[in-house]
Ligand binder design. Structure first.
Ligand code: SF4
Length: 436
């Protein structure tokens, strides 16, 4: 990669996800040459809140800005409401990463990544106007090239690169291209649909901006395992952090529809092991990047939303399918969850309906399950047919798994089981089911 002139400091204020942004922050705070102890995470957080504490002008108060931002995330807004070109904008970025890691809330984490990604796209597409030059791109092609290089993307400006009467002002190394494009859905991003010459992918400016947007989305997603429990405790004890966490909890509560879906059993999330064959097949097809039919999409969305999965987790299922569009998928899932429209939440299809859609996979060689074919075995030895993928299948699957578990419990010296009998397990699942 050819050597690059360093990025202007202003870029790090506007795009705090750039590599090297923390050095800029430390430098601005006069902490770059400080010892490791002085710049430990806990001390650094305290210093940031002290340095950017301004109750006379809340707009310049770090705690206020962070809370405002998290509110935007919780409300699924896609914009910053505070300044995006000053040092406080830079200072809040590492703190947001830490706070979201502490919270472990994927919905807020994804919303944060979405806001930073959209901001990057809008900023790079924006224009500046002056008397001398009129309106022109705020960031020229060479500045976009520098941002790519900062992020490790090998991309060069090629101003006179004309192919079939179209100018492609950028060429990106194919490995750099693939590292981002494979995360984007849609045929247009496949290498086969690109003008690919001598290991370089020829791109128009807007393609490079969209690739950067995706790169930023991935880069800004919090690492939920980054903070160990001991450090977590110390950070949570910092007064500003504990106040922010408290406020976020309230904001989440106020937006609870977004964060929860109806419960199959209170606080229990139905995991893959309990998924019926029909749903496993749809998930498998989605994971293979296959397009899903309308009925398959609805079925899996209804299933997820009715088994204690959040809207975010439900939207995630569709990310791998070729025609995925975040805003459309989110709108549809929120609609199905009752967060939009008339507020009606859709129930799961029953098995008869799924059969009529040819989605029942009871006897599929890979995913089929005897339980779906013969039904759940009752106390008296008769079988109860599976008529619903949640109410019946999940219930009887639990019974089955508990029976297997019981049969594996070693017997004691007097020959009795060390735990309750298999029949007891049916009762325990039953009582759990009726607790709803
Ligand atoms: S019987 Fe019902 S739950 Fe089982 S695969 Fe068929 S549709 Fe799904």
């Amino acid at each position: 990669m050819p050597s690059q002139t360093p990025l202007p400091k202003q870029y790090f204020y506007t795009f705090p996800w750039l590599n090297g942004s923390s050095e800029i922050l430390l430098e601005d705070m006069g902490l770059l040459s400080q010892s490791n102890e002085a710049t430990s995470v806990v001390n650094m957080i305290k210093k940031l809140f002290t340095e950017f504490h301004n109750l006379d002008q809340v707009e310049n108060d770090l705690e206020y800005r962070i809370t405002e931002f998290l509110k935007q995330c919780a409300e699924s807004k896609e914009k910053f409401t505070t300044s995006t070109d000053d040092i406080i904008h830079l200072a809040m970025y590492p703190l947001l990463q830490i706070i979201l890691s502490l919270l472990g809330n994927r919905i807020l984490g994804n919303a944060m990544a979405n806001i930073y990604a959209k901001h990057c796209q809008e900023e790079l597409r924006s224009h500046s106007t002056s008397k001398q030059h009129g309106s022109r791109n705020k960031y020229n092609d060479y500045q976009i090239q520098s941002i790519c290089h900062n992020l490790g993307l090998e991309c060069l400006v090629t101003p006179r690169n004309m192919i079939d009467h179209i100018i492609y002002p950028f060429q990106m190394d194919f490995q750099s291209y693939l590292s981002v494009a494979t995360k984007l859905t849609g045929d247009r991003w496949k290498l086969i649909n690109r003008i690919f010459v001598k290991g370089k992918v020829n791109l128009i400016r807007d393609d490079v901006i969209l690739l950067l947007r995706e790169m930023v989305r991935n880069k800004t997603k919090p690492d939920y395992k980054a903070i160990d429990p001991e450090l977590k405790k110390k950070i949570e004890d910092i007064p500003e952090i504990s106040q922010i966490l408290e406020r976020v909890e309230k904001i989440v509560e106020q937006n609870s529809k977004k964060f929860t879906s109806s419960l199959f059993i209170a606080d229990e999330k139905i995991e893959y092991e309990l998924f019926p064959p029909c749903m496993k097949m749809i998930l498998f097809r989605a994971s293979q990047g296959e397009n899903l039919s309308h009925n398959e999409r609805l079925a899996i969305a209804f299933y997820f939303l009715n088994t204690n999965h959040s809207i975010e987790e439900t939207v995630d299922i569709f990310r791998t399918i070729p025609d995925f569009d975040e805003s459309i998928a989110r709108y549809q899932v929120e609609f199905a969850a009752g967060s939009r429209g008339k507020g009606k939440k859709y129930k799961m299809y029953n098995c008869a309906k799924l059969r009529s859609f040819r989605l029942c996979k009871a006897d599929d060689p890979k995913f089929g399950d005897r339980l779906c074919i013969q039904g759940g075995k009752r106390k008296d030895g008769t079988f109860q047919p599976i008529k619903n993928p949640i109410n019946d299948y999940v219930f009887w699957k639990k019974v089955e798994l508990q029976r297997i578990h019981r049969s594996q419990i070693p017997t004691t010296l007097d020959g009795s089981k060390t735990s309750q009998t298999s029949q007891d397990s049916v009762s325990s699942v039953h009582s759990e089911k009726t607790k709803k």
